[in-house]
Structures are given as C-alpha cells and as structure tokens.
Design a protein around this ligand. Structure first.
Ligand code: SF4
Length: 318
C-alpha cells in the first residue's frame, strides 16, 4: 500500500520559562492512502503536537530539533510559510476540536467557506458559491443554499462541526487531520459526525489522521493506531491486532478502562502521565506500570523492530 505521508524521526521541544523541554521523541509514522490512522493517548502525550507539526501550526515556542515530514517526496518542514500555504487547507485540511470557537461569529457561514475556496482555488465568486453549497450538501446540511447566509450562532454544535468539515473538504484535500473532532459534542451527535467523516473518507478515498483519547472511537473508526505516551509512540499496529493482542502495559490499561456490556467494573490506570518538565529515568511509564521489572527504572526500552507491523516500546517485548 502506498504511503501518502511519512513522519520520520521527529523530535520537538518547547521553550518554557524554566528551560527547553522535549515533547516528542523520535516519532515515526506513516499514513497510507485512503486509510485512517488513529493517534491515541492521554492529554499531553504529544498526539496534538504530532498533528500540528504536519500542519506547521506549532506554537511559536516550539523547536523542531530533527526529523522529516515527507509528502509527495517533499519535506514539509523545509517549506516556507508562503510555500506551505499552498498545501495547508487545499492538500492537507484540518477539522478542529471546538466548532463553536473555530468559526468567526462576525461572518456568515457562507462567507467563511467561500473565502476558503477562493484562497485555494482559482475560481470565480459564482463558482466558489456553488462549491460552497455543494460542500454543505455533502455534509448533509439541509437547505444548504439558505443556510449559507446564516451566522455561526444560528447553528447547533453538531451542525457547526458539519460546517467545519464542509470547509475542510471544500478544496478536496488528500489528507484530513481531525483533532478530537467530536469531543465537544453530545454522544448521539458524536456518532453522527464520526459516521459522516467515515462516509466521506471512503467515498473520496481521503487519508485521515484522527487524534483521540478514546480507544473505543479508534475501534469503530480507524484502520491503524499509534498509542502515544509522554511524547513517544509506545505501540503501533493495525486496529484489529491492537485490540486482539495488545502488548504494551499502557495499551492494555487503556483497553481495560473501556466500558463494555459484560464488564462489572472499569479498571483505571493508576497515577498521572508525567508533565513535559519531568525527567523519568528508564521507561517513562514505569511509575504507573503494573508489570514493571528491575530493569524498567534504569534503562529506557527501544521500540522493537522484530515485527515491523507491530512495534512495541517495552522491555517485556524483547
Ligand atoms: Fe512496564 Fe517495564 Fe514495559 Fe515500561 S518497560 S511498560 S515499566 S514492563
């Protein structure tokens, strides 16, 4: 299968008041054409930093220390902001987490979609309007033509998220990066929005990087999953393998904390993930790991390479 995007050896730090602290450690990931890659982990694990680095939307205090993000043979990290504007939005689009704060309340929904289309495509105002109506229809917003004239506050949370999806799709991108796109929505609306993204992804053969803290959503939605902890990928595989044969104790903990019909009680992973400023010797998960061994607080494990399709970062898997 052809990779459309490859992240290679990405190391990113942040400059904070007390010094420079590492946020991503040697992240390697690939995204196949027409597939959905889930990146899962708790808050602060580095999943959003990974996604934002692909969009070149990192905070100004971020330092990319090394690595490459290869898209169509080109290292995106080497492009200037002006060059990258040809990619962001048109080739690689973004669906943000919070629909209500992502739309400009002062402009109609139509103005915002039309402006996006005109920025990326050389089309007339009339054609941009036609494409905007089609984009709203594609995300199943009824009476699309009329709703184009309305302001964001006239849309519910779920409908606002559909508008953002329409905006992301309006330039027919090859890759969509969705950062917890349903977190701010009610449970029933969440399912509808996920189903919609999946339907469009299948129909257009788009590739998706899907950021989430919820392994349950990954099971429903993704083809591959990278589990992140403290800025590292600790396990990677296709979704079926991860659910059938999770190897890293952190992945197992996440799975055990998922609600299920026959489960009497949910287990939780004890403790908290480390902050970016904490330095933990050995395996970063050892303070929370129920399987820790003598070696674990002394030597950091390496990501295993024996089974290339299912690498794991744990001394148990040596
Ligand atoms: Fe647990 Fe040790 Fe594996 Fe870390 S290396 S996850 S502490 S068993």
């Amino acid at each position: 299968m052809q990779n459309i995007l490859e992240i290679k050896g990405l190391n990113i730090s942040f400059r904070l008041e007390d010094g420079v602290f590492k946020a991503l450690y040697n992240v390697n990931l690939s995204l196949e054409r027409g597939k959905i890659l889930g990146i899962v982990g708790e808050s602060g694990c580095g999943k959003s930093v990974t996604a934002m680095s692909v969009l070149k939307l990192l905070a100004s205090n971020a330092v990319i220390e090394s690595g490459e993000i290869i898209y169509h043979g080109q290292n995106l990290l080497e492009l200037s902001e002006k060059e990258f504007q040809q990619v962001r939005g048109s080739k690689i689009a973004f669906i943000p987490q919070d629909p209500l704060n992502s739309l400009n309340p002062l402009y109609t929904v139509g103005d915002q979609i039309i402006e996006t289309i005109k920025f990326h495509r050389k089309v007339s105002a009339k054609e941009a309007r036609r494409l905007a109506i089609n984009a709203l229809k594609d995300v199943k917003i009824p009476e699309a033509e009329n709703r184009l004239k309305e302001y964001p506050h006239q849309f519910s949370g779920g409908m606002s998220q559909r508008v953002l999806i329409a905006m992301a799709l309006s330039c027919n991108p090859e890759i969509i990066i969705a950062d917890e796109p349903t977190t701010a929505l009610d449970v029933t609306v969440q399912a509808q929005v996920l189903e919609l993204i999946k339907e469009i992804q299948r129909h257009r053969n788009t590739s998706v990087i899907f950021i989430t803290h919820d392994l349950g959503v990954v099971a429903e939605f993704c083809d591959y999953v990278a589990v992140m902890y403290a800025g590292r990928i600790v396990e990677y595989s296709d979704v079926r393998t991860i659910f059938k044969n999770p190897l890293h104790p952190y992945t197992r903990g996440l799975l055990e904390s998922l609600p299920a019909e026959n489960k009497k009680e949910l287990k939780v992973i004890k403790g908290q993930p480390p902050s970016i400023t904490e330095s933990i010797p050995g395996c970063v998960f050892h303070p929370r790991c129920p399987h820790r061994m003598e070696i674990c607080d002394k030597e950091p494990p390496e990501l295993t390479a024996e089974v290339a399709a299912h690498p794991v970062n744990c001394h148990l898997c040596r």
